[in-house]
Design a protein. Sequence first.
Length: 278
Amino acid sequence: MNEDSVFKPKKRIFMALTSISAVLGALMFYVVWKVTFPGLYEISRFLPIIFGFFGVLIVLAMLSGVLGIVMALLGIPVLKILYFWAWKAINILFPFAVVLGRLFNIPRDRIEQSFIEVSNNLVLQHKVKVPANRIMILTPHCIQLDTCVHKITRNVENCKQCGRCSVGSMLGLAHKYGCHFAVATGGTLARQMVKQARPKAIVAVACERDLTSGIQDVFPLPVLGVLNERPFGPCFNTRVDMKKLEAAVLTFMLEDDIAKGEANAKEASGQKAAREKN
């Protein structure tokens, strides 16, 4: 596996900004420690040592997190502790990466896309497998056709699966495998739905901004983010690539549940053919 196949442009952006942020953070701590050393020493000769010790621990934790990200992207097995700090690092360093992005004239949405790519890669490397009924598909309300009269945010089963938007196909996918499926009007409702369903893994469909904030909100729950399609602009009649969505769902799923889902789909198809014949 060559480097270009691993560090795709999207991943490179966030990795570069995160690495620079970690190094700058370490340098800033050293400067602060150096400046405050005389004052701390006057209070107690042990204070500079204590302050420096805890500062070094924090810096090492962040640097080990960045190392964990790099190892995961290269396909190198990552120790559990490094995996944990990798997650911590991308969440803590993200705001600093955004600030650096402004200095380098990198649009925020490109940084967010890169963040999602890196986060997805970490999840894939962790190889999380859970029962189908502990997987949640979560999407914002803009996925529903704006003229639809059926309210689905409280009960997605109200969808009539007419095929005019992606909601029907997503509901069919959830029925096929027995996953949870929820449509939220905003971040607060989304968090409530997650708390109520108590999933062990989430497949989220949204724009860059919502996916980035959502992944950070539900940490340490593993989330695979699937960017929505916006043929009519942001937050209006959005769509999702069903092949990408199903692939993400199957990534979390146990083999037995996949087989059951395929059997359910075959049975439903047979019943539909029989009804049409009659």
